[in-house]
Structures are given as structure tokens and as C-alpha cells.
Design a protein around this ligand. Structure first.
Ligand SMILES: NC(=O)C1=CN([C@@H]2O[C@H](COP(=O)(O)OP(=O)(O)OC[C@H]3O[C@@H](n4cnc5c(N)ncnc54)[C@H](O)[C@@H]3O)[C@@H](O)[C@H]2O)[C@@H](O)CC1
Ligand SMILES: Nc1ncnc2c1ncn2[C@@H]1O[C@H](COP(=O)(O)OP(=O)(O)O)[C@@H](O)[C@H]1O
Ligand SMILES: [Mg+2]
Length: 279
């Protein structure tokens, strides 16, 4: 099947005016898990993006070293030590949308956290698997749960997960491996592709001004926020991918580099535009 562009029509269908008679419970409970002692910034950026993307309630499970920093930046988030596996399991089970992996790391503690999360998720939950969580699944050949799975690998992570070297990552090979894996695959690169069943979508936007650590962590948080709010999971993912790079392209008109946290701050303004009736 031909590769389809992600269009603004998909965003207008997805990001709708909020009903007046609604509350934070209406817009989803997102749980984000990641940020070890070395990569605290990754989970702070993912959490920031989920909140700016409109998640109703956001809880982050991370290394205790990151708790003060995260609270200082985003008091909207609830924050818990991810070493408490009992609480991790309880909070994960109560979420609509789970994001695991930004800055999680790949040591034994990170593996226990990931295994606890994967063991506790159910079919109705959206689970976004990013960064270190992709690497751990690939290196330990972990079995995947029945859930609405979304993988967000860059090309190197896709190589580890699929076994396809970057030069072998052709549309036909990617589709075959994506179908074997199941779920939605966001293959991040210049002109990111989103693969779902037999369909492949391509993001028309994106700029090398985005090549800064934390840009993918920000996308993962946006995907968490959008999948928690918007029922059609594929459209939620496509909308997150599109807006993420659209903001960057707009900022890059006048800036040589765009920071991930700058993207997050712009998300609500862009969502508003897509929610308005077309004149
Ligand atoms: N501030 C922070 O705490 C940050 C933490 N990070 C976390 O660090 C962990 C390791 O992730 P990394 O991605 O750095 O490490 P990886 O070792 O998985 O991949 C990075 C390398 O892959 C190669 N590569 C090839 N094609 C690529 C593509 N299309 N896009 C990106 N890289 C490509 C690049 O040479 C790059 O050095 C993740 O958990 C991630 O979330 C990163 O997000 C960076 C920022
Ligand atoms: N040259 C580029 N063109 C378009 N998008 C880019 C470019 N460089 C990076 N990006 C985007 O930035 C993000 C990088 O993701 P990732 O490598 O996971 O970052 P990190 O793990 O550091 O947060 C992806 O969404 C990718 O599409
Ligand atoms: Mg990444």
C-alpha cells in the first residue's frame, strides 16, 4: 500500500473542542516511567510534554534523585519513586495511558521496573514504549503484553528491536517487521513514518533544528497525553507526530536550533487552532 502523508484533516478530526461539562477525569490518567540517576532530564521532558498536551492527570515514576527537579519544573505532576514496585504496579493499573522508557536506563533496576509494568497492563490501556524500554525488550527478548502498544524507536532502536540494520530499513521490510511485532510503530527520523497494520503514514514536516537530546522524550510524552484523551489511538499518534515537528518547523524559521522544552510550551496553542471550526 502507498505511503500516505499525515494531513491536517486528521488533526482536525482528532483534536476537538472540549465539552463544557467535563473535568480532569475526562482527559485521561497518564503514568510516565523513566529517568534513572543519569537521565533525569528525559523523564522531566516527557512529563512536561504530556501535561502541555492536555493529559487530565499525570503521575511520574522515576529515580528519587529527580523528584525535586521535576516538582520544581512541573508542579502539575504527581511524582513517585519507581523502586516501589508495588506502588508502580498499582499506579500503572489505574492509568489509561502509560509511557515507559525515556531515560529509564538498561541496568537491573530498570529491567525490574519494565517487567513490573509489562506484567500489569491490560488490553484497554495504551502503552508507549520508548528509549531504554525498547532496548531492554530487544536485548532480553521480553514478551509483550496484550495492550494498545505504541513503539517509538529511532532508527538505531528500530535496528535493535526489529533486527533490520538501518540500510535494510526499507518500506517493505519495515512493514513486515512492524506487523510481526504488532501495535503502532513510530519510526523516528527525518520524515518519521508511522506504521500500523498494512498502512504507513509519513510525516511531511521536521527539521535538523530538532536534533537535540530530549526531542524524542518530548514526543513520547505527547503521545501519552494524546492517547489518553483521544479514543482513536492511531489518529492520536499521528496528531502528536505532526504537531511535534510542525512546532519545530515554525520555530526554526528564526532559530538555528529548537529545544524540546520550547516545543512543549507551544503545544496548547497549536491544539487550539486545530479544535476551532474552519472558516
Ligand atoms: N537529558 C536526558 O536525560 C536525555 C536522556 N536520553 C535517554 O538516553 C537513553 C539512550 O537514548 P539514546 O537515543 O541517546 O541512545 P542510543 O544509543 O539508543 O542511540 C543514539 C545513537 O543512535 C544513532 N542513530 C542512528 N540513527 C538515528 C536516528 N534516526 N535518531 C537518533 N539517533 C540515531 C546516533 O548515532 C546516536 O548516537 C534513552 O533512555 C533516552 O530517553 C536521551 O533522550 C538524551 C537526553
Ligand atoms: N533531521 C531531522 N529531521 C526531522 N526530525 C528530526 C531530525 N533530527 C531529529 N528529529 C526528530 O527528533 C526526535 C529525536 O528522537 P530521539 O532520537 O528519540 O531523541 P531523544 O531520545 O534524545 O529524546 C524524533 O522525533 C526525530 O524525528
Ligand atoms: Mg529517544
Amino acid at each position: 500500500m502507498a505511503i500516505q502523508p499525515i494531513t491536517e484533516a486528521i488533526l482536525r478530526q482528532t483534536i476537538r473542542k472540549r465539552p463544557a461539562d467535563s473535568h480532569k477525569g475526562t482527559y485521561g490518567r497518564v503514568v510516565l516511567i523513566g529517568g534513572n540517576a543519569r537521565y533525569g532530564g528525559a523523564i522531566i521532558m516527557a512529563t512536561t510534554a504530556a501535561i502541555y498536551a492536555g493529559a487530565g492527570l499525570t503521575t511520574t515514576l522515576t529515580d528519587p534523585l529527580n523528584i525535586t527537579a521535576l516538582h520544581a519544573r512541573m508542579p502539575e505532576a504527581m511524582v513517585v519513586d519507581f523502586h516501589d514496585l508495588k506502588l508502580l504496579r498499582e499506579l500503572t493499573e489505574a492509568a489509561n495511558s502509560i509511557v515507559i522508557g525515556p531515560g529509564l536506563g538498561t541496568d537491573d533496576d530498570s529491567l525490574s521496573v519494565l517487567q513490573t509494568v509489562l506484567a500489569g497492563v491490560s488490553v484497554d490501556q495504551s502503552v508507549t514504549i520508548d528509549g531504554s524500554a525498547i532496548d531492554l525488550i530487544a536485548s532480553h527478548d521480553l514478551s509483550l503484553p496484550q495492550a494498545k502498544l505504541i513503539f517509538t524507536p529511532h532508527e538505531m532502536e528500530w535496528q535493535r528491536l526489529s533486527g533490520l540494520s538501518i540500510s535494510q530499513q526499507t518500506p517493505a521490510n519495515n512493514t513486515r517487521l512492524a506487523q510481526q511485532l504488532g501495535g503502532i510503530i513510530v519510526l523516528k527520523k527525518h520524515h518519521t513514518q508511522v506504521l500500523f497494520e498494512e498502512q504507513t503514514f509519513e510525516n511531511p514536516g521536521g527539521t535538523p533544528a530538532m536534533a537535540t537530546g530530549g526531542m524524542g522524550d518530548t514526543l513520547a510524552g505527547m503521545v501519552g497525553g494524546f492517547t489518553a484523551q483521544f479514543a482513536n489511538q492511531l489518529n492520536a499518534v499521528l496528531s502528536a507526530v505532526f504537531i511535534h515537528s510542525q512546532i519545530a518547523d515554525d520555530l526554526a524559521h528564526n532559530a538555528y536550533v529548537v529545544l524540546p522544552t520550547q516545543i512543549s510550551e507551544e503545544i496548547p496553542w497549536y491544539m487550539k487552532q486545530y479544535s476551532l471550526p474552519q472558516s
